[in-house]
Design a protein around this ligand. Sequence first.
Ligand SMILES: *[C@@H]1O[C@H](CO)[C@@H](O)[C@H](O)[C@H]1NC(C)=O
Ligand SMILES: *[C@@H]1O[C@H](CO)[C@@H](O)[C@H](O)[C@H]1NC(C)=O
Ligand SMILES: *[C@@H]1O[C@H](CO)[C@@H](O)[C@H](O)[C@H]1NC(C)=O
Length: 323
Amino acid sequence: MSQIETTENHSVANKDHQKKAKEKRSKEEEGKCLPITTIIKLIITIFFWLLCIGIFIWYVVDSVEVYLVALPVTSMSYQKYESIPYPAVTVCNFNALIDCTTCGLSLHKTYSVNASTGTPEEATIPNKYVEIDAGVGGLFRCITFNNNSALHAAEEIGYSGSYSLYFHVPKMATDRNNRYGLQVSFHEPGTTPDVFAETNFCLEEADNSFVLSKVRTQRVKATKEEPNLESVRWSFQRSSIALAKKVEGLIVISFSYGTLNESKNKEVRTATIEKILGEISAILVALMGIDGLKFFNAVIELGYSFKKKTLMNVWKIFNKGRW
Ligand SMILES: *[C@@H]1O[C@H](CO)[C@@H](O)[C@H](O)[C@H]1NC(C)=O
Ligand SMILES: *[C@@H]1O[C@H](CO)[C@@H](O)[C@H](O)[C@H]1NC(C)=O
Ligand SMILES: *[C@@H]1O[C@H](CO)[C@@H](O)[C@H](O)[C@H]1NC(C)=O
């Protein structure tokens, strides 16, 4: 009876011992002794992780650089209108000496073509004499037309939609090496053109004719020359025809639209933030198989890792299934 009890006691003790030994072994396994093949696998995995992270960082830096320096491409389109407003027209004497008795100009007559009869008729365009101080460029004496957009919009193109402006321009002394004539700027109503930079010159004894088309440009970035993101310009073709009756000191300028279409030049970025983010996400998946949620989980886990002083949980998130 007592013998049996001892045996039983003995076997209980034995079981306890076995249990403790097992616990000890598993603790040891957890602590150090990983099999050599596991260690090699681990090293290779870490190596590839570092490689992928390296490539990823290089890719992000490269993409950001591309985004910052990429030149925009310009797309061109037309918008068709039934009528299109005339620009403001500023006409100046080419000569802009500060103290000068022959640098002025005066408006003689204004004509427009009656579209139903096809003949020129005297017309009025709101206009104003202005002196534009161009600094080192001198003092320009000018007449500005339609600066307040009062002129009715053009419904006809070409000759039928044309206006002609007749000016008297005082003669310069002919013994000097000066030039003689007018210059014309087409600009947005309510603005002052850069008259010193102007290169549209007009001759005496001829009708100097400008056939306009309106061009709107939208930029992605303002520059020193183009401080606004959107600007309107008038491009033109020019030609001239002699006046049958030559009047000394008379200079004629005509303008009309060649098209009621407005050209639109729109700059578009080749690299947009959305596109780059998309590409970065794609490379994240391709290189590391990381989706957004996984990444988010890992960031949260990273916070705990500092407390626990181990990156094991982060590692597990990214290597689940592989290990
Ligand atoms: C054009 O000429 C017709 C016929 O002479 C006239 O009735 C009409 O008022 C003119 N149009 C303009 C805008 O002057
Ligand atoms: C056009 O009008 C604007 C606004 O009234 C004015 O500031 C500007 O000086 C005018 N431009 C010319 C060339 O007269
Ligand atoms: C206006 O643009 C259209 C194309 O959008 C073109 O077919 C047409 O000839 C243009 N009109 C003029 C007057 O240039």
